[in-house]
Design a protein around this ligand. Structure first.
Ligand code: PMV
Length: 312
C-alpha cells in the first residue's frame, strides 16, 4: 500500500535541548511548541521495493540521510519487513534552522505506519516520530503542543480564535548549518557548565507557557519564549568549545525586536539551532517589515498556527 502524509514544522516556545537517553532519543526535559502553517513536508512511503530508497525534493539521497530513514522504517516494519521507496518534499529550505526534521519525521511516522498497515493513536505516533527527531513528536499535533519528558507530546490548545503569528526572519539565505541540533545539544550537555541551569529553567517555563496560552496572553507567552531561547543559547555558548549558531544579523534582529517592543508593538524572539530569528507577534505585517529592514536578513515569512499531521 502507498501512503502519503503531510506534517507541518513547529517552533519551540519552551526549548528542547539535551537528551537523557541517546538510543531512545528521550529528552532531558519537556518542551512546548507552536505548529506552523506554511512550512510543510509531504512524504510518501511505498513498500515492496528491492531496497530502501529515499529522495528529498526529487534528489536521491544516500549516506547518513538514507541511513536515518532506513533506521526509522525498521522501527515500523520490524526485522525482515519489505524495503520501501520514500519520497519527501519540503516547501521550505532543509537543514537551515527551520526545523525540517520536525515536519519530516512526523510525516514519515504517519506515512510509514499506514503503509505497513499500522494505525497508532496520536500519543503512539508522537513517540514514534520522536525516534527520528525529538521535535517531530510535537508536529503530530496542530496548534500548541507539549512534549512530555516521558517521550511523547500532547496537545495543549489549537491556534483558533487567536491571531498569533510567527514571523521568520531568514538570516544568510537559508544555507545548511554546520552544527546539527543533535550534535549541538549533545556537546552542550556534555561540556557546558550552564546546561544544568537551562534544564532547571524548563519546568517553570512550561507552567508559565501553559498559563499564558490558556489566558491567550501574548506578552506572557512571548516573555517565556524569549527567555527560554536565550537560556538555551547561553548554555550552548558556554559549551567547550562554544556552540555558536548566531550571525551578526541574528543579533541585529534581536535588537529590532526590542525596538518594536519599545515602540509599543508586541514582538518576542526565539532562535533554534541556526541563525534565523522567529518572532511571536500579532501585527505580523509591521514585524515582518521591521525584520526585513535588518541588513543580513534575506527574507521573511509569516506563519499562522497550523493543523495536525494528516494522511492525504
Ligand atoms: O528535534 P531536533 O533533534 O532537531 O532538536 C530540536 C532542537 C531545537 O529546535 C533547537 C529546539 C526545539 O525544541 O525544537
Amino acid at each position: 500500500m502507498i501512503a502519503l502524509a503531510e506534517a507541518r514544522s513547529n517552533i519551540a516556545l519552551v526549548k528542547y535541548w539535551g537528551k537523557r537517553d541517546a538510543e531512545l532519543n528521550l529528552p532531558a526535559a519537556g518542551s512546548l511548541s507552536l505548529t506552523l502553517d506554511g512550512l510543510v513536508t509531504r512524504t510518501s512511503v511505498t513498500p515492496g521495493a528491492v531496497e530502501d530508497t529515499f529522495a528529498l525534493g526529487g534528489a536521491p539521497q544516500d549516506g547518513q540521510a538514507l541511513a536515518r530513514v532506513r533506521r526509522f522504517l525498521e522501527l515500523v516494519r520490524g526485522p525482515g519487513g519489505a524495503p520501501a521507496r520514500v519520497e519527501s518534499a519540503n516547501n521550505f529550505p532543509s537543514a537551515s534552522g527551520l526545523a525540517s526534521s520536525a515536519s519530516a519525521f512526523a510525516a514519515l511516522a504517519l506515512a510509514a505506519t499506514r503503509a505497513y498497515g499500522l494505525e497508532l493513536p496520536p500519543a503512539g505516533l508522537s513517540a514514534l516520530a520522536r525516534r527520528g527527531s525529538g521535535s517531530a513528536a510535537r508536529s503530530v499535533y496542530g496548534g500548541f503542543a507539549e512534549m512530555l519528558p516521558e517521550g511523547h507530546a500532547v496537545p495543549v490548545a489549537g491556534g483558533e480564535g487567536w491571531d498569533v503569528r510567527l514571523v521568520v526572519a531568514v538570516v544568510g539565505g537559508g544555507v545548511a548549518k554546520d552544527v546539527s541540533s543533535r550534535s549541538g545539544m549533545d556537546h552542550t550537555s556534555a561540556t557546558s557548565p550552564l546546561f544544568a541551569g537551562f534544564i532547571a529553567s524548563v519546568p517553570d517555563d512550561l507552567a508559565a507557557a501553559r498559563a499564558a496560552i490558556a489566558a491567550r496572553d501574548l506578552q506572557a507567552l512571548g516573555e517565556v519564549a524569549e527567555r527560554s531561547a536565550l537560556t538555551m543559547h547561553a548554555s550552548a555558548l558556554a559549551a567547550r568549545p562554544a556552540v555558536l549558531y548566531w550571525r551578526g544579523a541574528t543579533v541585529e534582529a534581536l535588537h529590532a525586536v526590542r525596538a518594536l517592543r519599545a515602540g509599543g508593538t508586541a514582538a518576542y524572539a526565539t532562535i533554534d539551532a541556526g541563525p534565523h530569528v522567529k518572532v511571536l507577534c500579532t501585527d505580523a505585517t509591521r514585524v515582518a517589515a521591521a525584520l526585513a529592514a535588518v541588513p543580513g536578513v534575506t527574507s521573511t515569512l509569516i506563519c499562522a498556527p497550523g493543523p495536525a499531521a494528516r494522511l492525504l
